[in-house]
Design a protein around this ligand. Structure first.
Ligand SMILES: *[C@@H]1O[C@H](CO)[C@@H](O)[C@H](O)[C@H]1NC(C)=O
Ligand SMILES: *[C@@H]1O[C@H](CO)[C@@H](O)[C@H](O)[C@H]1NC(C)=O
Ligand SMILES: *[C@@H]1O[C@H](CO)[C@@H](O)[C@H](O)[C@H]1NC(C)=O
Ligand SMILES: *[C@@H]1O[C@H](CO)[C@@H](O)[C@H](O)[C@H]1NC(C)=O
Ligand SMILES: *[C@@H]1O[C@H](CO)[C@@H](O)[C@H](O)[C@H]1NC(C)=O
Ligand SMILES: *[C@@H]1O[C@H](CO)[C@@H](O)[C@H](O)[C@H]1NC(C)=O
Length: 445
């Protein structure tokens, strides 16, 4: 490769980075509102709503240390606490556990009764908060907020230093599937002494569970139910701009060779706003990049844009994770990381990376909630996933609003009404189902 080629590859790679980061970061007015949630991390957010919390450091089999936050409802006595059903909430790409705590300024701790979980969502008079983490804690669930390796809360390892050892960043969602997810599940079940837990994922948070259930179907016994918000596995029909970027010759190769951390997105945003938009007003700049984003601005509380943006600073992942998505966009498959022919042969015993086999999933408790207008989890890609599933879905729910997009599951103003009531119902139906199976087993004895 001559120098000029290299230069272009480099420029294009940067372009992919920019496109990606823009797609996951909300843009809006620049003025500072001084909302207290802007300066809060997960721990502060939890205590600001009157809850307590525990941080658990979960060490994975490959030595990464994940920072996991457990929300404690102070109105539940210690003895009662161990009876609460555990639910893990798993964020998506370039995100963190705070995603489920910041939608609205409410969600204050309130007394609960585990029996309430079996009430239909409409019968219940709770604080109808749009913050899923607080909502579930106020419904007497034992809520665990996961953080994927490499994000702000999980930049930790038993021997590697993420700031100094580049090797730390040699991972993609393959490792989240092979280690983070099963290790976290086993950890939570060990602590709570439950046999199974509920799992709610958004976007990449669903991809890693579909991956795990494909690779290790026995985890279907431990995950009941799996609720997938904006499910993603196949990405061949993702937003055209991202497809275009991933297809630029040499770009993914350059990024793979570069490796490292997909860094502070706010810095990249700031630099590119200046670079791309030049002397234009920020507003017209927003309009320019709007078509790239996976959410609907008119549906979110505009007064909270600065909170959403500031939380985006406490995220992070590896460049390889982005490259992995790009590879699957190009190959239109749900496959493992492509290291190139030579290294693939060493790692996988063949020239191509193996595919995740959706058809191996045997869980009968998979619920999907999706939007018609999802530009990052395209309906055509979802159809492909559903077609490959050999088991019936526990729930197949299309959000009635035809404009519903990928990140509307995080930012939309009517999350409680549109999404969370359905989530609560699925959790309830799952428990009723488990109860039935349990009494069926007792009857047999
Ligand atoms: C909800 O409120 C109504 C009327 O205020 C009351 O009749 C009902 O019992 C309440 N339900 C619960 C679960 O507290
Ligand atoms: C890294 O993990 C250890 C526990 O193994 C914990 O004590 C430490 O606070 C963590 N560091 C960070 C920066 O999260
Ligand atoms: C379960 O937890 C106990 C202590 O709480 C620990 O000694 C044990 O190693 C854990 N087992 C697994 C499989 O994590
Ligand atoms: C799914 O397959 C695994 C591994 O073969 C098995 O242990 C488990 O019982 C199966 N689960 C269901 C729900 O059939
Ligand atoms: C980690 O990735 C870099 C490229 O980013 C590569 O040079 C290095 O050999 C990799 N290390 C391991 C242990 O795979
Ligand atoms: C919108 O956000 C602002 C700022 O956080 C807040 O004061 C207001 O109550 C929010 N509106 C709703 C409907 O949650």
């Amino acid at each position: 490769m001559n120098l000029l080629n290299f230069y272009f590859c480099y420029l294009f790679s940067i372009q992919i980075l920019i496109l990606t980061v823009y797609s996951f970061t909300p843009v809006g007015s620049e003025e500072v509102t001084g909302d207290p949630d802007e300066k809060r991390d997960i721990a502060d957010l939890i205590t600001s709503r009157g809850f307590d919390y525990e941080v658990h450091y979960v060490t994975t089999q490959d030595s990464y240390i994940l920072g996991v936050y457990r929300i404690i409802n102070p109105f539940v006595s210690e003895n009662e606490r161990e009876k609460l059903r555990p639910v893990v909430i798993q964020h998506g790409f370039l995100s963190s556990g705070s995603t489920f705590l910041i939608n609205s300024p409410d969600g204050f701790a309130s007394p609960c009764d585990p029996a309430d979980q079996l009430l239909a969502s409409n019968d219940y008079n709770d604080t109808h908060t749009n913050n899923l983490g607080f909502l579930l804690a106020n419904r007497c669930y034992d809520v665990w907020l996961a953080n994927s390796r490499g994000n702000h809360y999980s930049r930790n390892h038993t021997t590697l230093n993420p700031d100094k050892d580049k090797e730390f960043w040699n991972f993609s969602f393959d490792e989240m599937i092979a280690y983070d997810t099963p290790n976290l599940i086993d950890y939570v079940l060990n602590v709570t002494k439950f046999e199974s837990l509920g799992w709610i994922g958004h976007s990449q948070g669903t991809l890693i569970m579909f991956g795990l259930l494909s690779e290790k179907p026995a985890y279907s016994l431990k995950v009941k139910p799996f609720i997938a918000l904006a499910p993603v596995t196949y990405v061949g029909n993702i937003l055209l701009a991202l497809r275009f970027a991933a297809a630029i010759p040499g770009a993914l190769w350059t990024l793979r060779k570069a490796g490292g951390e997909l860094g502070d997105s706010s810095t990249i945003i700031k630099t590119t706003s200046q670079f791309v938009c030049g002397r234009w007003q920020p507003k017209s700049c927003d309009n320019l990049v709007y078509p790239l984003e996976g959410y609907t601005p008119s549906m979110m509380n505009q007064s909270r844009v600065n909170v959403f943006k500031s939380q985006q600073k406490l995220t992070g992942t590896s460049v390889w994770n982005l490259v992995h998505f790009g590879q699957n966009v190009n190959s239109r498959s749900f496959a493992k990381f492509d290291f190139g022919t030579i290294e693939n042969k060493i790692r996988y015993n063949g020239p191509y990376p193996p595919k995740y086999k959706i058809s191996q999933i045997n869980s009968t408790q998979v619920a999907i909630l999706y939007g018609k207008a999802d530009r990052l989890g395209d309906p055509k890609d979802l159809q492909k996933l559903v077609k490959e599933l050999k088991v019936p879905l526990f729930k197949d729910y299309e959000i009635p609003n035809p404009k519903w997009d990928h990140l509307d599951f995080i930012y939309a103003e009517d999350l409680y009404k549109t999404v969370h009531t359905v989530v609560l119902d699925v959790l309830r139906e799952s428990q009723i189902e488990l109860e039935k199976q349990r009494s069926g087993q007792i009857a047999k004895i």
